[in-house]
Design a protein around this ligand. Structure first.
Ligand code: PLP
Length: 426
């Protein structure tokens, strides 16, 4: 389906194509298990000799249909759903890194991912080096070691909104014989398809725009199928040498371009079990059906709000990569010519105190720990997600103490600006 249709059609149609007499709408396969006629049929599934469903921790038809839609949207060969974006990021790294390995990562990433990589993976013996998102090729290359297995970054970083130079990162990753993994949560494949710029694996927190209605926490991993694991077989023994837990099967030999996702499913999901519930996958699919309509509206509204804030006398600074003059404007236009996302950040001249007062004065624009859904919302990282950090640590993390993160929704932009305006007066 991926080659024939445009993204708008894929959003609505991909993943579920009912046969005669089957439900028009993707059903929720609310079943932990699946029936077979003979013991032999079941045994072949356990040996990965046949593909089929037997237990929802490994695969479920609802989830597979939604994963196929996301794979089609990204232009990948296969995808899997996970219970959260955190799980997707963990699986993407853990599928190719083990104790003693190392990877390189842009420092401009989501706080939860930063903690996963810097603290939790370290406890598992996997080391990470963070580099500035705008590092030169020499600086990037210098961060690589013989045991480096991946390069990781976010297309548009949450919450710093730095735009990654994907082509440059892909070039450096490939020079060093490792895949580039891109978290494409904020732009979604409607605004950016990282595989077209050389990325090898894409991850998502589907919790954000893909769901779009703040109903379900979820994640996804998509493989482009482009990375040649066997060409660097010494680096990736998990993919290129026999897996004893499947009678000595080798993923790259048995599954070719599907090796990465098959291993993540058959090994990691089997053992770690962070499955997305079929109920949540169904809701995610409803969100995906309108993703192509919502993203342009988020971008259009966000640009108008950013322009309004920029000229307001009480506003000290505005950061939105689609705003002409922004330090990432050129990169944003290259990778996301139709707009980036609906998230902007700004600070008030009165600093931290005024930021809090402003947020408390908003009416329908709500204070919530969320971002990237249909409803406009705000968060003050220094008081909320990052409240344990000192002002100095905040600056290091690229989060100014006065930073307000505004996730612009798809309501009337006039009403959004009016609410902001009355709160700025207060
Ligand atoms: C929210 C977010 C995550 C984590 O996703 P969850 O679904 O909350 O686990 C990862 N990356 C980015 C860019 C995010 O915005």
């Amino acid at each position: 389906m991926a080659q024939k249709f445009k993204p708008e059609t894929l959003c609505v149609q991909a993943g579920w194509t009912p046969k005669k007499g089957e439900p028009r709408v993707l059903p929720i396969y609310q079943s932990t298990t699946f029936k077979y006629d003979t013991s032999e049929q079941m045994a072949r599934l356990f040996d990965l000799e046949d593909s089929g469903y037997f237990y929802t921790r490994l695969q479920n038809p609802t989830n597979d249909a939604v994963a196929a839609k996301i794979a089609a949207l990204e232009g990948g060969v296969a995808a899997m759903l996970t219970s959260s974006g955190q799980a997707a990021n963990f699986y993407a790294i853990f599928n190719i890194c083990q104790a003693g390995d190392h990877f390189v990562c842009s420092s401009a990433i989501y706080g939860g991912t930063f903690n996963l990589f810097a603290v939790t993976l370290k406890k598992l013996g996997i080391d990470v080096t963070f580099i500035a998102p705008d590092a030169s090729e020499e600086e990037l290359n210098a961060a690589f070691r013989p045991n480096t297995k991946a390069l990781f970054g976010e297309t548009v970083a949450n919450p710093s909104l730095d735009v990654l130079d994907i082509e440059k990162f892909a070039r450096v990753a490939h020079q060093n014989g490792v895949p580039l993994i891109i978290d494409n949560t904020f732009p979604t494949p409607i605004n950016c398809r990282p595989f077209e710029w050389g990325a090898d694996i894409v991850v998502h927190s589907t919790t954000k725009y893909m769901d779009g209605h703040a109903t379900s926490v979820g994640g996804a991993i998509v493989d482009s199928g482009n990375f040649d694991w066997d060409a660097h077989a010494d680096k990736f023994p998990g993919l290129c040498t026999p897996d004893e837990s499947y009678h000595g099967l080798t993923y790259t030999k048995a599954f070719g371009k599907l090796a990465f996702i098959t291993k993540a499913t058959a090994q990691l999901m089997r053992d770690l079990g962070s499955i997305q519930s079929p109920q949540n996958a169904f809701l995610l699919n409803l969100g995906l059906e309108t993703l192509h309509l919502r993203m342009p509206r988020h971008c259009e509204n966000a640009l108008k709000v950013a322009q309004y804030l920029e000229q307001h006398p009480r506003v000290a600074w505005v950061n939105y990569c689609d705003l002409p003059g922004n330090k990432h404007y050129e990169l944003a236009k290259k990778y996301m010519p139709n707009g980036s996302c609906g998230v902007i950040s700004f600070g008030l001249k009165g600093g931290r105190e005024d930021s809090i007062k402003f947020m408390d004065s908003l009416q329908f624009v709500a204070i919530v720990t969320h971002v990237a859904d249909a409803r406009t919302c705000v968060l003050h990282p220094a008081s909320h997600t990052h409240r344990q950090l000192t002002d100095e640590q905040l600056m290091e993390a690229g989060v100014r103490p006065d930073l307000i993160r505004l996730s612009v929704g798809i309501e009337s932009v006039d009403d959004i600006i009016a609410d902001i305006e009355q709160a700025l007066k207060a």
